[in-house]
Design a protein around this ligand. Structure first.
Ligand SMILES: Nc1ncnc2c1ncn2[C@@H]1O[C@H](COP(=O)(O)OP(=O)(O)OP(=O)(O)O)[C@@H](O)[C@H]1O
Ligand SMILES: [Mg+2]
Length: 318
């Protein structure tokens, strides 16, 4: 294990599909391992794209994160697969789809991942959780285990809309389940720097995070990470070869961007220690079995989140 004193559990989450979650999880994980950290990537998506991306055929493995969640007798260490000396994966497979319905009546349904991973999580400097494109029970398990959230997204108007809902969910989980949870930042993926819309969206995001600095919100320290990950065909090609961008095309723009992004994220100070646990929850715990985001949870504690509030990432730019 490396000498790093830090231990960071990062959920890469965005309920919108195809925004770069898996690509960022794999290449950030590989980049952090290149820097000397010991990294576990958890594929928490039934699509198993991360598992494929690192060259593992989900059909060829005996057990996956599904078994870890559903069977208390499974030894999680035996399910984790090494990718290199310092990079490891807890793989997924398609039957993970069933976990959401199978867990629905379990009292610990949001804490399963956390309790199952507890014995091994300290063995890694970084644990990166690749979430599915939804805010259902699997994502809530990721947010309950995580200390940090990183949001991969594209600098378009519609993905920005989804950010409000995601931040509401993070806030709900922090209030009810995980007081240490914080949003570290946004990674802009598949980025087309020349477009005016992209520049406007980045400005909106930066203003939104700046305005939240004095508030005690989970995203009060969040940043828009630099650099954005440029659209680059090599990044799209490398999953087919079961390789990270650093293996497939180590000098391409995508590798350069992911290397710099890794350094930016590695340089973020470790999260502050968890505040004391919340007193008796005043709001229902978010739960995929019912409404995953209680409607009374709002991004701005004083106003409902809608396009007219300053604190909403939907705030229109001129
Ligand atoms: N910088 C980039 N340049 C070009 N293509 C990219 C880049 N980043 C990601 N892609 C491609 O965009 C697609 C979506 O990326 P990815 O699978 O990482 O998104 P995702 O958010 O994990 O999707 P899902 O929600 O389905 O899990 C993939 O085909 C990927 O190869
Ligand atoms: Mg994905």
């Amino acid at each position: 294990m490396s000498e790093s004193p830090r231990h960071r559990v990062i959920a890469l989450i965005n309920q919108k599909g195809g925004v770069g979650k898996t690509t960022t999880a794999v290449n950030l994980g590989a980049g952090l391992a290149e820097l000397g950290s010991r990294v576990l990537m958890i594929d928490l998506d039934p699509q198993a794209h991360l598992t494929y991306h690192v060259g593992i055929d989900p059909a060829a493995i005996d057990q996956s994160v599904y078994d870890v969640l559903m069977d208390p007798d499974v030894d999680v260490a035996s399910v984790i697969q090494p990718i290199s000396d310092r990079l490891f994966v807890l793989p997924s497979e398609v039957n993970l789809t069933g976990a959401e319905t199978e867990l629905v009546n379990e009292p610990d349904r949001q804490k399963r991942l956390k309790s199952r991973l507890r014995p091994i999580v300290d063995q890694y400097d970084y644990v990166l959780i690749d979430c599915p494109p939804s805010l259902g029970l699997l994502s809530l398990n990721a947010l309950t285990l995580a200390s940090e959230v990183i949001v991969p997204m594209q600098a378009h108007f519609l993905p920005l809309q989804g950010l409000s809902k995601l931040l509401e969910t993070v806030q709900a989980v922090r209030q009810n389940m995980n007081p240490a949870l914080q949003v570290t930042g946004v990674v802009l993926c598949v980025h087309d720097a020349q477009t005016r819309l992209a520049a406007e969206v980045i400005d909106d995001l930066k203003r939104f995070f700046e305005a939240s600095r004095p508030m005690a919100m989970p995203w009060s320290n969040a940043v828009v990470f630099d650099p954005p990950i440029r659209r680059n065909i090599k990044v799209a090609e490398c999953p087919s070869f079961g390789q990270t961008i650093f293996q497939y095309a180590p000098h391409c723009p995508g590798a350069t961007d992911y290397r710099q992004l890794t350094a930016s994220i590695h340089g973020v100070p470790a999260a502050a220690p968890a505040p004391p646990p919340p007193v008796e929850a005043s709001q229902p715990t978010p739960d995929a079995s019912a409404d995953p985001v209680p409607p009374q949870i709002v991004v701005n504690p004083t106003e409902t989140s809608d396009a007219s509030t300053d604190q909403s990432p939907l705030a229109a730019s001129d």
